[in-house]
Design a protein. Structure first.
Length: 515
């Protein structure tokens, strides 16, 4: 019978084998774009381009070959796909192959729309076809006992007698999904509003980076409408977290190059987002760091988070209540947040015994930072708790607790303009120093990662070989699955996190480097 495993997996997997051409937005969609069949109110839509060509084809092939170790990974995938077809029960005695039964009619684009998020929501895949008649023959050839021939608004389709999966040719597209979604796509082809005609969708798509392999679109307004329909009480929490959802969208894009893979996330959800380049802080961290991440303006973020929680009605969360608790140690919330600027965190070590790291805060008011650490130090020393003593550097204190902290001390101290919370004396000393030398700024892999951002602000960096080395030392190498993945992981060099802003849209990106 015409099961999802047989048709949906076969056709969409076959399409996935071919995906390696340019994506990205650019001025909306035309009538030959799969989005032209997606319902206007679909809150989730994913698109990809099927036919490889140009520089992106070269990039994808190079990247896939490097990671997989195969000279021709696409042919290898096709061989595996054909083998799976041979191993499965032949359809009506016919054995299918990618080259004979799928490749000849696959068009340039494919998309998937989802109309909800609970239960079994309407969802369907849309694939361009260059030969609708050949596509129809493929559907007809898949028909088995129990399947049902049906028609809707003049469009014939086949329904799986077991799970209701529907498949049919709608204009120049193959549409396959549950029956409600199939009918919705037919309705759009007959004149109902399409997603491709919506300004929110086309504006979001215009933000897709050049050369994206695939894009995933989310309408936050559509999500809010779904939440409102399913559980109205949760809408306030959603809008309290992200603000007004009207016209707000998110677009995630996958962008390959010959030596990296980028995931780009763009949104117009928060017009007040302040994006900061934290490279000047992160590059001062030790060159042996396997991870370093930054958060801009920590004090402002703390205040905004408390305001959000208070507006959402979280019990016991208010500035007055927090100030009352802090008064026990002679502090106020304003004293703390006023001393907190950009935050950076790094970690280093190649095994359990050498693991250490620190959180570094650049205080916008060094005197306020000194005063804050002074009060915390006085309170800690006056507590009389064992293991607490003066810090080796700065005006802070350290805590030693072999059972809870292992052999390394935890130090909280300050040397203007920095406030440091360090685990391990070498890491603490490195965090307090702003002198150049053996730091990330002089590390070749770090430089390569920053260059890959292409001018976007840096907010995080990971040295993947160092992470895998640590994972080996911590025992991951004993896991068979990890051992199998290790040959592929060895080709990865770094992961870097960046951000930027263009007009009403802010973007965040993660780039993974490949040897």
């Amino acid at each position: 019978m015409l099961t999802r495993a047989r048709v949906l997996a076969s056709i969409l997997t076959a399409a996935a084998l071919a995906i390696s051409a340019c994506g990205g937005g650019g001025g909306g969609v035309s009538s030959d774009d799969p989005a032209s069949l997606a319902p206007a109110d679909a809150p989730l839509y994913i698109q990809g381009v099927l036919r490889p060509h140009g520089q992106l084809k070269t990039n994808v092939e190079t990247l896939a070959s490097t990671i997989s170790g195969y000279n021709d990974p696409t042919s290898r995938l096709i061989d595996l796909f054909d083998q799976s077809l041979r191993d499965s029960q032949p359809l009506n005695g016919k054995t299918q192959t990618f080259a004979k039964d799928f490749e000849p009619w696959l068009g340039d684009r494919a998309g998937v729309f989802v109309e909800g998020f609970t239960g079994d929501p309407p969802a369907a895949g849309i694939v361009q076809t260059t030969d609708p008649q050949a596509t129809q023959r493929a559907i007809d050839d898949s028909k088995e006992k129990g399947d049902k021939d049906r028609s809707y608004q003049g469009v014939d389709y086949l329904v799986d007698g077991n799970d209701g999966t529907s498949a049919g040719v709608v204009g120049d597209f193959l549409v396959i999904g549950n029956e409600k979604a199939f009918k919705d796509a037919v309705g759009v082809s007959k004149g109902d509003d399409s997603l491709g005609d919506q300004d929110d969708f086309t504006k979001a798509l215009d933000q897709a980076p050049s050369g994206s392999l695939a894009d995933a679109y989310v309408s936050l307004e559509g999500v809010a409408n779904q939440v409102r329909a399913d559980n109205p009480a949760n809408v306030n929490s959603l809008e309290g977290a992200i603000g007004d959802t009207s016209g707000k969208t998110v677009l995630a894009s996958l962008v390959p190059s010959s030596d990296s893979l980028e995931v780009d996330l763009g949104t117009n959800a928060d017009q007040n987002v302040q994006l900061t380049d934290l490279s000047k802080l992160i590059e001062t961290f030790p060159a042996d760091s396997f991870a370093a991440i930054g958060i801009p303006d920590l004090g402002d973020r703390v205040n905004k988070t408390i305001d959000q929680l208070e507006r959402s009605g979280v019990p016991g969360v208010s500035k007055d209540a927090i100030d009352q608790q802090l008064s026990n140690v002679g502090l106020s919330l304003d004293e703390i947040t006023g001393a907190l600027g950009d935050l950076g965190i790094f970690a280093e070590g190649s095994d359990r015994s050498s693991l250490q790291g620190a959180a570094v805060i650049n205080s916008p008011d060094p005197q306020a930072g000194q005063k804050l650490i002074g009060k915390l130090t006085a309170f800690a020393l006056a507590s009389g708790q064992p293991g607490i003593g003066k810090a080796n550097a700065g005006n802070g204190f350290s805590v030693r607790d072999p059972e809870q902290l292992g052999g390394q001390p935890l130090t909280i101290t300050s040397v203007p303009p920095r406030i440091v919370i360090g685990y391990g004396l070498p890491a603490t000393a490195g965090a307090l120093s702003v002198e150049g030398g053996n730091d990330l700024a002089n590390d070749p892999t770090y430089k390569q990662a920053v260059a890959a951002l292409g001018g976007a602000g840096l907010s995080g960096y990971v040295s993947l070989p160092k992470v895998f080395q640590l994972a080996d030392a911590l025992g991951a190498i004993r896991d068979p699955g990890y051992q199998q993945a290790r040959r592929y992981l060895d080709n990865l060099t770094y992961a870097v996190l960046g951000s930027g802003k263009q007009g009403d849209f802010s973007s965040s990106k993660v780039i993974v480097g490949v040897r």
